[in-house]
Each structure stands twice: as C-alpha cells, then as structure tokens.
Ligand binder design. Structure first.
Ligand code: AP5
Length: 220
C-alpha cells in the first residue's frame, strides 16, 4: 500500500456526505472518485438502455441488482483500467455480495482503508431534502447555501436540480435498505481491521479535516 495513491472506500447512510467528501478526498490524493450512483445518473440522463433500467430502481429507492453493479465496476478494474491505481469508492460496495466481489476483482492490490462516515438518521433527512445536484458533472449543492430553486452549476454550467430519488418515500426506502444491506459490510471490514468511523456531523470543512487526519494516521 502506498499512502500517496490510497485505495479508499467511503461508507455512510444516504445524505451522510459521501459524495461531497469523496470528491474532496480524491482531489486531495490525486486519485479517481468513483460513484456508482453518479455513473447510473449519467447513463440515465443520456437515455441509454442501461441507464433507464437503473433509473427504475433508483427512483423507487431500491438497489440496482448486484450483478449489474459488479459488472460496471469490474470493467473499470481491469489491469491498466481507470481503477488500476488509487481511488475513492463512493456508494460501492453496499451489499455483502458486492464487498466480496470487490475483494475478488482487486485481489492482488487490496483496499487500504474503509471509512464509515457517521451521521444520524434525523440529520440526513434534512440534508437530503435540501440537496440539489448538477445534471452534467454531478456536483452537489444544498439550498441553505443557495436560495434559488434551480440554478446553473459553478463548475460546468449544467442545470442544477433536485434528484428524482430524493422523495420522502424513496429516502425512507433507501435508509431501510442501508440498515439491512449495507450495515453488515461495516462489520465485514471491521473484522478485517480495515474500518474506521469518522463523525460526519458539523461544517463540511471540519468533516474533511477529520477524514484527512484518519487517512494520515492509518495510511502509513
Ligand atoms: P447514490 O448516488 O450513491 O446515493 P446514496 O447512497 O443514496 O447517497 P446520497 O447521494 O443520498 O448521499 P451522500 O452521502 O453522497 O450525501 P451528499 O454528499 O450528496 O445512489 C443512488 C442510487 O443508485 C441508490 O439508491 C441505488 O438505487 C443506486 N446505486 C448506487 N450504487 C449502488 C450499488 N453499489 N448497488 C446497488 N445500487 C446502487 O450530501 C447530501 C446533502 O448534504 C447535500 O445537499 C450536501 O450539500 C449536504 N451536506 C454534505 N455534507 C454536509 C455537512 N457536513 N453539513 C451539512 N450539509 C452537508
């Protein structure tokens, strides 16, 4: 393992700030940010058959089936592929089967650290209700910081909108699935000594400082 190009996984319930902080961590370490949710949304916006199928699951708050998700990641993990070096995985794995498949795919060059970004359920509801996302580059905003309804992305000029799966029903379903399908992964990584928990409550800059601190401490 080399701390200059770490291989990180960020876990955390919906709205914990995984997307927000993964992008910053990936920039900080000069590695790739991989969000399966962003991949699916981009494909859905482009109207591909795969994207439209994934969108049906996403809008209902359901998980996209494991075999589809693993297939997408596996393609990226081939030697010389985009995930051959360091990365921050955001939203993958999120079932035990995906975690095991990830181990299989990267067998020779394992994960360095898994971070569980911890934010209580009552706080994530408020964050998700105010979330707005750029349709083009997927940059994440919050209405508390921008009073307008819809606006143009500061990064790419794309349209910034509310996500189709940020409805109350879909959020309830996603949080329920998180407890059932994703929490077991926390124990899976803890048992292997790879897991660290970071408090995700507080201003974004402070959360980022905490993340960098644990990376510095543990990626040695
Ligand atoms: P995905 O896009 O991964 O969404 P998610 O897991 O539901 O997570 P979120 O994007 O809701 O939350 P986040 O933790 O990234 O928070 P964010 O940074 O945006 O997946 C969507 C769907 O795709 C899934 O439901 C599923 O259908 C499918 N899918 C994806 N991966 C899959 C997989 N592996 N297997 C099967 N299906 C899969 O922050 C939230 C808000 O809070 C923002 O507005 C942000 O500005 C704000 N915020 C962030 N940090 C702070 C802070 N410190 N203080 C205050 N506000 C903050």
């Amino acid at each position: 393992m080399g701390s200059s190009e770490p291989r990180l996984v960020l876990l955390g319930r919906q709205g914990a700030g995984k997307g927000t902080q993964s992008i910053r961590l990936a920039e900080h370490y000069g590695v790739i940010h991989v969000s399966t949710g962003d991949m699916f949304r981009t494909q859905a916006t482009q109207g591909t058959a795969f994207g439209l199928e994934a969108k049906r699951y996403m809008d209902a708050g359901d998980l996209v089936p494991d075999e589809i998700v693993v297939g997408v990641i596996e393609e990226s993990m081939v030697p010389g592929g985009p995930l051959g070096g360091g990365f921050v995985l955001d939203g993958f794995p999120r079932t035990l089967q995906q975690a095991r498949e990830l181990d299989r795919v990267i067998a020779g060059d394992p994960i360095d650290l898994v971070i569980d970004l911890d934010v209580p359920r009552e706080i994530v509801f408020d964050r998700i209700a105010g979330r707005r996302v750029c349709e083009e580059c997927q940059r994440v905003y919050h209405v508390n910081l921008r009073p307008e309804n819809d606006w143009v992305c500061d990064t790419c000029g794309g349209a910034v909108r509310q996500r189709d799966d940020d409805t109350e029903d879909a959020v309830e379903r996603r949080l329920e699935l998180y407890e059932r399908e994703t929490v077991p992964i926390v124990d899976y990584y803890r048992a292997r000594g790879l897991l660290t928990v970071v408090d995700g409550v507080g201003p974004g800059d402070e959360v980022f400082e905490r993340l960098v601190k644990v990376c510095v401490e543990q990626l040695t």
